[in-house]
Design a protein around this ligand. Sequence first.
Ligand SMILES: [Mg+2]
Length: 358
Amino acid sequence: MNIELQTFTVNKRFPLTISRGTTKQTTNLWLKLHHEGITGWGEASPFGMDGVKYTAESLQAELTSIAPLLHNFTPWQHQALQEALAQPLDNTLSSNPLNNTLSNPAKAALDTALHDWLGKALGVPLWQLWGLDLEKIVPISATIGLNTPTAAVERFQNWLPITGGKMLKVKLGSPQGIKADQEMLRAIRQAAPESTLMVDANGGWSLTDALFMGDWLANQGVLYIEQPLPRGQEKDLPQLFARSPLPIFADESCWTSQDILPLSDRVHGINIKLMKAGGLREVWQMIHTARSLGLQIMFGCYSDSVLANTAMAQLSPLADYLDLDSHLNLVDDPFQGAELNEGKLIPTSAPGLGVTRK
Ligand SMILES: [Mg+2]
């Protein structure tokens, strides 16, 4: 098999601000895997945290360097390919913070394309290949970034015609402190009394802030809190876990299945993302690991187009919460795939991922 790589730039309708900064535009990577006349598609989207930064250029360089190796494999050889890809890359190429192997978003693009190829070769959508029940899919949440109370309410109103606004994920952890967080949350609560609110602090709180906000947000009827403390501060989570009236989810602290066991005594659930995990195969593994430890499961995204979000939608019947809304905030998504139906993101019955060019 061989791969073809192409970058594409997407622009957000509304810039998104979280505790780490603002994103207006990203350049993502489109991977096309060709074998025996069938082409599988995958996407790598950039993200960064704590000194780790993946860009379309760094991911393209990594994947270009392994392209010749792929000629020796077919899409049916997942296991052998996985072993081959565990080999170190040239030091100058790897953007993997853990070791110098292929980074997780680069792996995600390749693994997604392999799965798309398999589904297309067999003529079935992935959700059907896996025997999943689309009736189990819950509505996606719509994200409201950090903003002034007035602008946050406007953002909610803009979501209304798109998702119905019943499930709102509110980004807190404002660099201006928890008073700003409270003002924004209060304004949204008032404007959307019927909506279910969930909070993602993106690691923007101290332990003291998190303890206080847990009680305060419970009084506001919030459903759960995601990543209250910064990645790296997991040792403080047990204190929060013991006292928190709300379930706590780990996002930045949990990338792959290996991160789950150490977190299982201090969080109630994990946020699984295709780019952190490194592909659908690892997403499966994370789901089973988390479930075996009694944890809840959320799916999330970065600045993914509908291509990557459709890949996650194929496994959505297995998740408790779905936060796959990034593509709905793009003005120029080049793809179409899973479709929004009454607030639920439903994959189509087309083979593989069911993603096409617009
Ligand atoms: Mg998050």
